[in-house]
Design a protein around this ligand. Structure first.
Ligand SMILES: [Zn+2]
Ligand SMILES: [Zn+2]
Length: 397
């Protein structure tokens, strides 16, 4: 029997401008770029933010000299959604072929996206001009409400509410459905209703959650973005299976995004915060979220015990004595009987050995980034990244 597996990878999740601050590294600093591979192997790219550079390097390595073909869906022309284009290697290799989809901007007229590419590579803004982009390029001008099919995958798009216009996309593959709705401000009834229609019953809704609900109602009103609370409302109304908070504000440190995520999860448990390197597979078996690439950094293999407490997937609190199998300043790999939810918090208390009079325990707060069936037969392998041991910022911070 065949399984239809579609895979979505997040290469950039940050809104507005890239961030490099250490306090934003856990969710990531690259601007929007997603890779979607349909079950038949057809490649899609959603937006061309700075995350696109890493995707290009990955593809160049994995394809060798073989041609790459992909369909690129662009939501709009703001910098954060196009600035990866000049740094995407496969555009500069003649064996590759790309199909671009975007709308006609009233500021640019016909062939808007082709003009954007030429302008980005014009002197004196870039050292080589657009003629060096030797890959085959086809441009398709689309409009809100359009529907089309690529190798059996159905795509439709709808207008969102954002300065100078923006499109949301729904992609229905044989493995599952993804709705990509970033850069949207709620409040226009017709748009709000269209978005709910676009998202109806989707396996995954990726939604603009740049601001807190309080910011959205006050100083950020009219800026063209949204909040986790709006995402929750849409997810409920449209009966989507998973909500992904996306387009994190450049000034939102990791702990602020942590706060948005935990607030959203109280209302809609199947919520995730988009993280660079996170991937989602969709098939007849359901939706599976993984964050394998988050466990980076130097690790030291060892074996000692620690007390771990947190909340398991079924929502119950647990505390157990566990084995720590590796540790770094960033995180640890634990062997647990319990199964904590991905992106939930755990506390790890490590008892220092030695003279009882001088020994002390090390108490660390972590967030779960990885789960596997475990190397120990009866236990689960759980990867955690340690986070600041201060209270998570409230969503309105
Ligand atoms: Zn944006
Ligand atoms: Zn924008």
């Amino acid at each position: 029997m065949t399984h239809h597996v579609a895979k979505l990878v997040f290469w950039g999740v940050r809104g507005s401008t890239p961030t490099l601050e250490r306090d934003t590294w856990r969710y990531g600093g690259n601007t929007p770029c997603l890779e979607l591979t349909a079950p038949d192997g057809t490649h899609f790219i959603l937006d061309c933010g700075t995350g696109m550079r890493m995707l290009g390097n990955r593809w160049t390595r994995s394809h060798g000299g073989n041609g790459i073909e992909a369909h690129i869906l662009v939501t709009h022309y703001h910098w954060d959604h196009i600035q990866g284009i000049p740094f995407f290697n496969p555009f500069f290799q003649s064996q590759n072929r790309f199909h671009f989809y975007s709308f006609q901007s009233k500021y640019l007229g016909p062939d808007s996206l082709r003009q954007v590419l030429e302008a980005q590579l014009a002197s004196p803004y870039f050292p080589v001009d657009v003629n060096m982009m030797t890959a085959g390029r086809e441009f398709h001008e689309i409009n809100g409400g359009d529907k089309w099919t690529v190798n059996g995958t159905q795509i439709c798009c709808g207008w969102l509410n954002h300065p100078q216009g923006c499109l949301g996309y729904r992609i229905d593959t044989a493995g599952g459905s993804v709705v990509y709705a970033t850069d949207n401000e709620p409040g226009i009834p017709q748009n709000d209703q269209n978005l709910r229609q676009l998202a109806q019953g989707a396996d995954v809704l990726i939604y603009d959650s740049q601001y807190s609900p309080e910011q959205l109602a006050s100083e950020r009103k009219g800026w063209g973005h949204s909040s986790w609370l709006e995402g929750v409302k849409i997810a409920r109304d449209a009966k989507v299976r998973n909500l992904i908070l996306f387009h994190h504000d450049p000034d939102s440190l990791d702990k602020v995004v942590d706060g948005f995520l935990s607030a959203a999860r109280q209302e809609f448990p199947a919520t995730w915060a988009a993280t660079e390197g996170m991937s989602i597979t969709m098939s007849e078996r359901g939706v599976n979220v993984e964050m394998r690439e988050t466990r980076v950094g130097q690790r030291r293999r060892l074996r000692f015990t620690a007390i771990v407490s947190g909340q398991s997937e079924d929502g119950k609190n647990f505390e157990e004595k566990a084995t720590v199998r590796d540790i770094s300043l960033q995180g640890a790999y634990l062997c647990l009987n319990n199964r904590p939810k991905l992106q939930s918090e755990v506390r790890v208390v490590i008892e220092a050995a030695g003279d009882p009079a001088t020994s002390s325990s090390l108490s660390l707060r972590g967030t779960v980034v990885h789960f596997d069936a475990g190397r120990e037969k009866t236990q689960n392998g759980v990867g955690v990244v340690f986070i600041d041991d201060t209270d998570p910022a409230r969503p309105h911070d």
